[in-house]
Write a protein that binds this ligand. Structure first.
Ligand code: TXA
Ligand code: MG
Length: 350
C-alpha cells in the first residue's frame, strides 16, 4: 500500500502506519511539524518512549488518550525543552522544586506543580496541578527544540503503551502496542534508564514522592535536605500509582530466590509453560521454558526489565515467574514496578 496522499510532499519512502523513522534532522523536523498539526509522534526518552501530542491542542491530547485506551481523567506529563519554560506552565515554583529541577534536569524527574491558568483540563486530568519534565534523551531534546522553533510550547506525553501494559523501551515495543494509532515513531534505540521518571509533587504543602523512578529517592532527599513524604490518600491522581499497572498480559508471579526452583517444579508438574526472569538463580538442568537472566545491579536491571517482560510474554508462557529483588532503597523503583506487574496474582489462580 502506498503512502496516504497527504504525505506525498514529505517524500517518504514507504508509509504503512506507523512509520518508524531514524532520527535524522529531516525526520525530527517532520515530527515537530506533525505535532504542530495535531498529529501524534512517539519519541524516545531516557526513561521509556513517550506518545507525544501538542500540549496546547485539546484534540491532539484527546487522541493520545484514545490511542492508549486510557481513561480521560488521568493527567499527562508535559515535556519541556528546558526549565526556563517552567513559569509558562506552573503558577508557582517552590524553592524545593527549583532545586530539584537544577539538580536533575534534563533527566528522569517529573515535578508536579500548581498549574498556570491556561493549562488544559485534559492535560491536568481536571486537577489544579500539572506534571512537568525536561527529558535528557538527545532525540527528545532535538524534537522539543524543533517544536519550540515552530511556536510549540510543550509536548504532552504519557508512556507510549496501551493503558496498563508494560511501558515501551524501544520503537518496536511502541509499534506493537499502538500500531496505526500513532502517526510517526522516532527510533532512538533502547531507552537507557528503562523505567519511568521519579515523580515528586509540590501540589500540597510538603514534597511528596508519587512514583519512585529513574532518580533515586536518596538523591532527591540530599537535594531537598529531607526525604519527600510517601504518597498517601491525599496524593493527586496518578495512573502510575494504581495497584495494578505496568503489567504484562501474562499472569506474573514474584518469587523469592530460594523458592524459585521449587516453584518451577510445581508448575512443570501442571504442564504449564513457564517464563522466568531470574537475577541470581541459575537455570535448572532440563528446563524447557523461556529463561531470561537479568543484570544483578539495579541500573542494569531497570534498563532490561520491560524488554525482558515483553520477551517472556511473547514466549507464550502460561505464567511468568520473576525472582524477587533486594529490599534495599536502591531497588525501590524496581520493587514498585514488579509489585504492580504481579499485583492481584497468586499462584492458586486458575
Ligand atoms: O518517564 C516518564 O515519566 C515517561 C516519559 C515518556 O516521560 N512518562 C510517563 O508518563 O511515564 P505516564 O503518563 O505513563 O505516567 C505519568 C504519571 C501518570 O501516573 C500520571 O497520572 C502522573 O504521572 N501525572 C501526570 N500529571 C500529574 C498531575 N498533575 N498530578 C498527579 N499525577 C500526575
Ligand atoms: Mg505509563
Amino acid at each position: 500500500m502506498g503512502p496516504p496522499p497527504s504525505d506525498d510532499h514529505l517524500n517518504l519512502k514507504s508509509a504503512p502506519h506507523p512509520r518508524v523513522l531514524q532520527p535524522t534532522p529531516e525526520a525530527i523536523a517532520e515530527a515537530a511539524a506533525r505535532l504542530r498539526a495535531g498529529d501524534l509522534v512517539a519519541f524516545p526518552t531516557e526513561t521509556v518512549y513517550g506518545l507525544g501530542g501538542d500540549a496546547a491542542n485539546p484534540a491532539a491530547v484527546r487522541r493520545i488518550f484514545e490511542a492508549k485506551g486510557r481513561p480521560a481523567d488521568h493527567p499527562v506529563i508535559v515535556h519541556l525543552p528546558d526549565s526556563s519554560q517552567l513559569a509558562h506552565w506552573a503558577r508557582d515554583v517552590p524553592v524545593g522544586a527549583t532545586a530539584l529541577a537544577r539538580a536533575f534536569w534534563p533527566g528522569p524527574l517529573t515535578l508536579i506543580l500548581p498549574r498556570a491558568e491556561h493549562v488544559l483540563g485534559i492535560v491536568t486530568g481536571g486537577q489544579e496541578s500539572v506534571g512537568l519534565r525536561v527529558p535528557a534523551h538527545p532525540v527528545a531534546r532535538a524534537l522539543l527544540a524543533a517544536f519550540a522553533r515552530l511556536g510549540g510550547c510543550g509536548i504532552a506525553a504519557p508512556s507510549a503503551n496501551r493503558f496498563g501494559h508494560v511501558s515501551p523501551t524501544t520503537a518496536a515495543h511502541v509499534a506493537e502496542d499502538l500500531g496505526a494509532a500513532v502517526d510517526v515513531i522516532l527510533d532512538g534505540g533502547a531507552s537507557e534508564v528503562g523505567i519511568e521518571s521519579t515523580i515528586v509533587s509540590f501540589a500540597s504543602d510538603a514534597p511528596m514522592l508519587l512514583r519512585p523512578g529513574g532518580i533515586g529517592v536518596e538523591a532527591i532527599a540530599r537535594v531537598l535536605g529531607f526525604p519527600p513524604r510517601a504518597a498517601d490518600g491525599s496524593a493527586p491522581r496518578a495512573s502510575g500509582t494504581l495497584a495494578s499497572h505496568y503489567a504484562p498480559h501474562t499472569r506474573t508471579l514474584l518469587v523469592p530466590a530460594d523458592a524459585l526452583h521449587a516453584m518451577l517444579a510445581q508448575h512443570e508438574t501442571r504442564e504449564e509453560r513457564i517464563g522466568v526472569l531470574a537475577r541470581t538463580v541459575g537455570e535448572p538442568e532440563g528446563f524447557d521454558g523461556a529463561w531470561v537472566a537479568a543484570p544483578r545491579d539495579p541500573a542494569g536491571y531497570a534498563h532490561a526489565l520491560y524488554a525482558a517482560l515483553r520477551a517472556l510474554e511473547a514466549s507464550n508462557a502460561d505464567v511468568i515467574v520473576v525472582e524477587a529483588v533486594p529490599e534495599t532503597l536502591d531497588w525501590l523503583a524496581i520493587r514498585d514496578r514488579l509489585a504492580r506487574a504481579t499485583h492481584g496474582e497468586d499462584d492458586d489462580r486458575d
